[in-house]
Design a protein around this ligand. Sequence first.
Ligand code: ARG
Length: 564
Amino acid sequence: MTDIKKIISSLIEKEINIDVYDLIKEIDDSSKGDYTFPCFALAKELHKAPNQIADELANSIEDESIEKIESLNGYLNFFINKEYLTKIVFNEYDKKKSNFGKEESNGKTVCIDYSAPNIAKPFHVGHLRSTVIGHALYNIYKYLGWNTIGINHLGDYGTQFGKLIEGYKLWGSEYDLSTDAVDKLVEIYVRINALCSEDESVLERCRNNFKLLEEGDEYCVKLWKEFSDLSLKEFDKIYDLLGVKFDSIKGESFYTDKMPEVIQILEKNNKLIDSEGARVVDLEDQGIKTPCIIVKSDGSSIYATRDLAAILYRARTYDYDKSLYVVAYEQDLSFKQVFATAKYLDLDNKYVNGLEHVSFGMYRLPEGKFSTRKGNFIKLEDILNAAITRAKEIIMEKNPELEDLDEVAKKVGIGAVVFSDLYNSRIKDEVFDMDEMLKFNGETSPYIQYMYVRIRSILRKNNEEVLLNNVKYDKLLEGQAYELVKLIYRFNDVLNDVISKNEPYILSRYLIKLSSTYSEYYNTVKILSDDVDERNSRIYLITIVSDILKTGCNLLGIEMPERM
Ligand code: ARG
């Protein structure tokens, strides 16, 4: 699509012969113009006051793309010719239709490590955030032409499995693991932990189980595998509700036989030092005070070492350009250490530079924080189902005759949870508030879905597709029409902004803005006007709006109902 900034910058360059593309900015408040060019940066070079530069440029620039130019306090404000921009946008839509804003393959690869719950432990709200943010990023990178690899790095390794095996030996027969397996495994874990703190010999047996497990003991491995399968089956229920899939599901245990290489490379590079019986990498010279532990004093490996092995594996397997880790900010230090240590793995710079921790804040249920060790937690699946039930009640009240009520309630309920998770900058702590997120009249996904459904109903009433030929551009100067065109024009930029910062909220807020601007438009003009030209032109415009609302929500991981 034609780049308006490019047009403006070449008009300026024709006059002063300086590349100013990056200096041109969009203006939020349309009454002041569409784009602005601050002339301050040129004052030195041109030996003139910014005011004067702006005045002179305003007088000399003229083009069919520009309606008017204003010089104001050293700023040059451009008002784009409305018909000109609308034509550009409509032509692009005519070419791409529901693929509007999509980009061709760019040959680059991004690995996205997200969700990563732990076996035999509940899938908690932190994992929900990771899943939702990672999934949205996955979709958006893909839409922008990246080769995307979604990775679920399951926590299936650790000394707790030694305990779980011991607990299962003692009380396994008391539990029927065919339903709610994770709950029951957690209960066993809580019981064995209590026993361990009373009785040192039990703890010893647990440690031994873990050793046996690592050595491949048949019985221990069989149990561990069963715990793993049962947990995954439960996690899949959540993934199904959210519509999330992965390209690769590999537990931490997958890296067990890949860790010796990490140790060997670090050794060769003289990076491993002994510290109180453990083997660590000192990172002081990279400004990190705590060293990265590679091998613990008891000889066992740790989380970070498996992540280092995973970096080697992902670099070789996927040849990535970027590798993202969508993990809570509690792990900021851990990833700093891992990424710093990765510099000593003899990897090509590209792989080290591509590592990025996409960290996020806490998501608290209003009741407070939840811990798994003490066994008080709320099951995420229950929360998601509660959102669906609540959505169903609300919809039933508003539209008792609706068909497919269950399906719509699922799209609205799940959508609300997903959207509220993606509405603020990742790093902000959030409170999970079901009533807020389900408001039809707020900054919520039900609001966007509702606007979408209303457009769809108008389009059904109109009952025939409008072709670009039927559009009369001079019929699109009323109300918020041009604001809508400008928003549509920005869609691809918004998506690129999302991936440059790995912040899906940029898209969420854009979709709210598009919805509310549409709502204003709808309230000021009659879409199904008796004037055929007016009607066709308006229908064409709102068709694009509905397509973008749908594409945008889908990219965030939200499905759209056709009625609600
Ligand atoms: N399983 C970990 C947790 O629940 C998250 C793993 C994140 N991914 C990674 N490559 N370390 O905290």
